[in-house]
Design a protein around this ligand. Structure first.
Ligand code: SRM
Ligand code: SF4
Length: 594
């Protein structure tokens, strides 16, 4: 076999040639031998197929799949991603990343010379997304922040991580109440990951065909209206799925990504309706017990956007982790692998039927599950706005929800936020799926000082009615799939619109750079999705406009209102819409009329 050094001289380093250091072996063993799982024995048919294709079973992603799933993953018609996983499971990157970083640090290779599939695809299993198209050689690192909860020490560490990258280093709060840091170079990645793990965080299993960040209520534990605190369950679930952040090979080769969210009130802060698995807390009227009704299959994609359907299951709090683990195994072993547009959970639930799907999970759990409980409310619950200052369930304590414009943060912001969390609160913060931040546990006596603190002018607690509701995906600045620039454009438009209009109440504007809808255009009061457009016969950046998204108790997806709108025409169109649909008035008009 070629040595990495020789391969580096001749071109790409075949992934296979990476030296196996004792350290790598240790990490790989810990990651692969995830607790409680055994690799199903190979059937003769599968063994023959593996041989025919010349695959290395131990290295492949086939190890923990059922024999059926193995056959589907090796199907000739199967998609490129499955082939890439069959050649080498992404889980190997949990340790290979140290090897690669060391080789680059030692000057033995450069990222440009490494295996393309490792750099651009498999590193996503370690949370490293190469931004080849926009910033070659720089990676976005996606973390996992269960329930969006971070400590001051973790915030400072994130600031430290991006500080060395100067203008290339920044970070984003994501639409899954998560954090992504940017500008990362591969030679630093293993040390950053080790630092994350020392601080109880991880980036492993955050991309590709893995479970995404588990979302809960951003005001868990402090909310006067909550039925339960979602934090312990989000943390337990994340720990079980990721084997405490070390990586869990048994659950890492799923057919596709999968989103799990937990809601503790009728506000549904986690947007259960657009999660593959939505767990909605309810109190069983018969027993008084608080558990979760399960919703299944909500998702957005280029081809299909669908709200979840009832999973006709009620879970006790103790059943949440075993249920999700069993569900993931069912998804792993039965989900489609030959068409990535038909691989999300909804397709499997529809193919099996809700009852058979529940039974398959029951079989793995070894217990029968209760059916969904029906809870009738005789009032209408308006989803609360968590921005601003609000009393907690703990008497004399408040939370402060602060807008982080478009979710973008820089080194200094991390340090200042950590300081503010310690100075006014208990040294923790919560991220929201609206890409904002909450400082909990502020004693009443400190609220005034918090509001006057210059930091909270920068991240305003009482932001304008558009800024407070602004959500934006990454867009063309970094994302290779983007059709338009989003964050900076969105912020500039919000500035102009708030300057020119009086907007009487919160308007949730969601920007998304392409139809994948990471910015959840269909969730907004106004949704803007990057799309082709023409101006004077020439192709220009454009958007589709969506209107009428409803969130909370009776959610509805926004409907497409207009397509092919050139971004140049956005300001006047948004003004018209804010005036006609949201009661906005041009600034100064009210006084003039008086
Ligand atoms: Fe997303 C792919 C960013 C939430 C649907 N998403 C991507 C990639 C990885 C594309 C790429 O290869 O670069 C984007 C990385 C850009 C970058 O540099 O940041 C990306 N997605 C994001 C984030 C950062 C948007 C944001 O600004 O907040 C969000 C990260 C969440 C997290 O912390 O894990 C993000 N993505 C979402 C959501 C919203 C949600 O989860 O509620 C969706 C729609 C909901 C869903 O998944 O059902 C979403 N992203 C997609 C899809 C379409 C999935 C599909 O089934 O087809 C893709 C493309 C894909 O997976 O093939 C995608
Ligand atoms: Fe990128 Fe499109 Fe997702 Fe925006 S919606 S982050 S442009 S993939």
């Amino acid at each position: 076999a070629t040595t990495p050094q020789a391969a580096a001289r001749t071109g790409r380093v075949p992934a296979r040639s990476i030296t196996v250091s004792p350290q790598r072996r240790l990490v790989t063993v810990r990651a692969v031998e995830a607790p409680g799982y055994e690799s199903p024995p190979l059937s003769e048919e599968v063994a023959a197929k593996i041989e025919e294709l010349g695959l290395d079973f131990e290295r492949s992603g086939l190890k923990y799949l059922s024999n059926d799933a193995r056959m589907r993953a090796m199907d000739r018609k199967s998609v490129k991603f499955e082939k890439t996983k069959n050649e080498k499971c992404g889980s190997h990157m949990w340790s290979d990343v140290s090897e690669l970083a060391q080789l680059i640090r030692d000057g033995k290779t450069k990222w440009e010379d490494l295996d393309l599939d490792d750099v651009d695809v498999r590193l996503k299993w370690s949370g490293l997304f190469h931004r080849r198209k926009r910033t070659p050689g720089r990676f976005m690192m996606r973390l996992k922040v269960p329930n969006g909860e971070l400590t001051a020490a973790q915030l400072r560490y994130l600031g430290d991580c991006i500080a060395p990258y100067g203008a290339d280093g920044c970070a984003d709060i994501t639409t899954r109440a998560n954090m992504q840091i940017r500008g990362v170079q591969l030679e630093d990645a293993d040390r950053i990951i080790a630092g994350l793990q020392e601080r109880g965080l991880t980036s492993l299993m955050s991309g590709m065909d893995n479970v995404r960040n588990i979302t809960g209520s951003p005001i868990a534990g402090i909310d006067p209206h909550e039925l339960l605190d979602t934090r312990p369950l989000c943390h337990e679930l994340n720990a079980a799925i990721t084997a405490n952040g070390a990586g869990n090979a048994a659950l890492t080769n799923l057919p596709r990504k999968i989103n799990i969210g937990l809601s503790s009130t009728r506000d549904d802060f986690a947007h259960c309706h657009i999660n593959d698995v939505g767990l909605k807390a309810v109190r069983d009227p018969a027993s008084g017990e608080v558990g979760f009704n399960v919703e299944l299959g909500g998702y957005f994609s280029i081809k299909r956007n669908v709200v979840s359907i009832s999973g006709d299951t009620f879970l006790t709090q103790e059943q949440v982790v075993p249920y999700c683990m069993a569900l993931l195994e069912v998804f792993r072993d039965h989900g489609a692998r030959n068409d990535r547009q038909k691989a999300r959970l909804m397709w499997l639930v529809e193919a099996m039927g809700v009852d058979a799907f529940r039974e398959a999970i029951e079989q793995r759990m070894g217990q029968t599950l209760r059916r969904e409980v029906h809870v009738a409310y005789d009032d209408v619950w308006a989803r609360r706005d968590v921005m601003g200052v609000h009393p907690q369930k703990q008497p004399g304590m408040f939370w402060a929800g602060a807008c982080v414009p478009a979710g973008r943060m820089h080194t200094a912001d991390f340090y200042a936020l950590a300081d503010a969390a310690e100075k006014y609160g208990d040294g923790t913060v919560r991220l929201t799926v609206e890409e904002n931040v909450i400082v909990p546990n502020v004693p009443e006596a400190k609220v005034e000082a918090l509001l006057a603190d210059p930091f909270f002018q920068h991240f305003p607690v009482n932001g304008g009615n558009l800024l407070r509701g602004l959500v934006s995906c990454t867009g063309a600045q970094f994302c290779p799939l983007a059709l338009i620039e989003t964050k900076n454009r969105a912020l500039e438009l919000v500035r102009q619109l708030e300057e020119q209009l009086d907007i009487p109440s919160l308007v949730r504007m969601h920007w998304t750079g392409c139809p994948n809808s990471c910015g959840q255009a269909q969730v907004g009061d106004i949704g803007l999705m990057g799309a082709p457009a023409k101006l004077d016969g020439k192709a220009v950046e454009g958007v589709k406009v969506f209107l009428g998204g409803k969130i909370g108790e009776n959610p509805e997806l926004a409907k497409q209102f207009e397509a092919g709108l050139p971004v140049e025409h956005l300001l006047p169109r948004l003004k018209e819409l804010l005036i006609s649909e949201f009661g906005a008035t041009p600034k100064g008009q009210a006084e003039e009329a008086a």
